[in-house]
Design a protein around this ligand. Structure first.
Ligand code: ARG
Length: 498
């Protein structure tokens, strides 16, 4: 009897322990809805205190009200969370392409957006304001008559401004990609006013005391909600947790953590800039701590350039061989290819590859890869012409001599023609590399944090725009110079080896 009860106790303990283990390893119910453990959030971190970059020991991460809420929800539903970034007008396309699981960017659920994505319940209310230079009399919609008005591209502020423009005459709209650009344009007096949400305006105004803001009555829907791809199973669990957070006062707690004017300005690392002293009003001191972050963008920029030149050279060689192959259809295909890739803007090709690939072939191409692919395809087209010219320029006599010596065609091409062609086209290849290096800045538009993007992020963060860009420009220049020197050394060495 005694023994029996002992066995029973052990069995019971084993059952309990193993079931606890099984339960804790079992995916949460929300996890099994999507069949993965990590969710990717996309945001537009130009919107302190909702979302912005913060530096800690030289490392930058996206923080803010939205990020805190997302972390809370992820924890509650037992997901890991990854936060990625893009410009605001790229958020909805990313959801439509199923590139990310959800978007939190202080985004307002409007009927137009609801046609394309699904929304959670609203978690925070906001109101539009007119931001204008202090002392200007621009305080209500009718004051905007005849004025240049800035808004962020793709936001409801843009839509609202258009609605105002229908009623008030002579408004000139200027749509910019990011909110700090609006502030910069205001300070440069290239716009007279900007329409910005209240909590955001507050932060920017405490960093820029020469500006003021006045709330205006709503033109349409307002407030922020979380956006999901259409039909996402996550809408319900997220809304449920949001409601709990509201009921428990958690949202209010986070709002007061992030939205009290002093916190928001301080959180965004924004000291009030020194009053203009006249003359050159530059302040590199404020971005000094951020320079290492900008420098961190260099490896990516170089990676892009080197891979694109390398693959572009291979691709360009193949195309040029097709062109001189003497086989008409092959040459025609290569010519058509070249004409298309030279005849359309690189930026357009980049957006097409990045945004259309998931939709067309269902492959969620990473930004980095999309960049390298586009650049390879594009520079291959240019290089094929250069290489073709280089090959044709090699003296015909050399070709004939090699042939008459019985050197096989391919051996001749590789041993005789290519080395000479390469030397002829080296300057053109250096030119191509230089433009690729500078054009690599275009991938900043699809969310790759390379050199230019790092500089823009620093600008957004410190509410200054000019200095980080100047610094990035300097780095580009130094890189190009280094490349030029290296290339002319190479050229000299090739010439010597004659
Ligand atoms: N609430 C506005 C909208 O949905 C503006 C949001 C802008 N957000 C941002 N992260 N820049 O259009």
């Amino acid at each position: 009897m005694k023994r029996n009860s002992w066995v029973f106790t052990v069995l019971l303990a084993i059952t309990m322990a193993s079931s606890t283990i099984v339960i804790s390893y079992l995916p949460s119910s929300a996890q099994s809805l999507v069949g993965k453990e990590e969710l990717t959030m996309l945001t537009s971190p130009d919107y302190p205190p909702y979302e912005f970059y913060e530096t800690k020991d030289g490392n930058r991460q996206i923080v803010g009200f939205d990020v805190d809420i997302a972390n809370y929800i992820a924890k509650e539903l037992r997901f890991k969370l990854k936060v990625t970034e893009s410009d605001f007008n790229g958020l909805i396309p990313a959801l439509q392409a199923n590139r990310v699981d959800f978007v939190m960017a202080g985004m307002t659920p409007t009927p137009e957006r609801q046609k394309n994505v699904d929304f959670s319940i609203i978690y925070y209310q906001a109101q539009d304001t007119i931001v204008a230079p202090k002392g200007s009399n621009i305080k209500k919609a009718t004051d905007l008559s005849g004025k240049r008005v800035g808004v962020q591209l793709g936001t409801i502020q843009e839509t609202n401004a258009k609605k105002i423009a229908e009623k008030v005459s002579g408004i000139q709209l200027k749509q910019l990609n990011r909110v700090p650009e609006l502030i910069q344009e205001l300070k440069a007096k290239r716009i007279d006013a900007a329409i910005i949400e209240d909590t955001i305006a507050k932060g920017f105004i405490s960093a820029n005391p020469e500006l003021q803001f006045t709330p205006i009555p709503p033109e349409g829907p307002s407030g922020s909600a979380i956006a999901f791809p259409k039909g996402s199973p996550m809408v319900e669990p997220f809304s449920r947790v949001l409601q709990q957070m509201k009921d428990k006062g958690e949202i209010e707690r986070l709002a007061s953590k992030w939205f009290s004017a002093s916190t928001s300005a301080a959180a965004a690392g924004a000291q009030a800039p020194a009053a203009p002293k006249g003359g050159l009003n530059l302040d590199f001191g404020r971005i000094l701590p951020d320079l290492p972050f900008v420098l961190q963008g260099i490896p990516l920029t170089l990676l892009f350039t080197i891979s694109s030149v390398f693959f572009g050279l291979i691709w360009g060689t193949i195309l040029s061989l097709l062109k001189i192959s003497g086989v008409k259809p092959l040459a025609a295909v290569a010519d058509a290819y070249t004409s298309i890739f030279r005849g359309t803007p690189l930026l357009l090709q980049l957006s097409l590859v990045y945004f259309a690939t998931p939709q067309l072939i269902g492959y969620n191409i990473p930004a980095l890869l999309a960049g390298i692919l586009t650049f390879t395809l594009n520079s291959g087209a240019y290089m094929s012409e250069t290489i073709r010219g280089g090959i044709l320029a090699v003296d015909k006599g050399q070709r004939e001599a090699a042939m008459s010596l019985g050197v096989p065609y391919w051996t001749m091409l590789i041993d005789v023609i290519f080395p000479q062609a390469l030397r002829n086209i080296l300057p053109a290849l250096v030119n191509e590399t230089i433009s690729l290096l500078k054009d690599s800045s275009l991938v900043s538009t699809i969310g790759v944090v390379e050199l230019l993007r790092s500089a823009q992020i620093v600008g957004a963060n410190k509410y200054i725009y000019f200095e980080p860009l100047l610094f990035a420009g300097l780095i580009y220049y130094v890189l190009v110079m280094a490349l030029t020197v290296a290339a002319s050394n190479l050229e000299r060495r090739l010439r010597k080896s004659d």
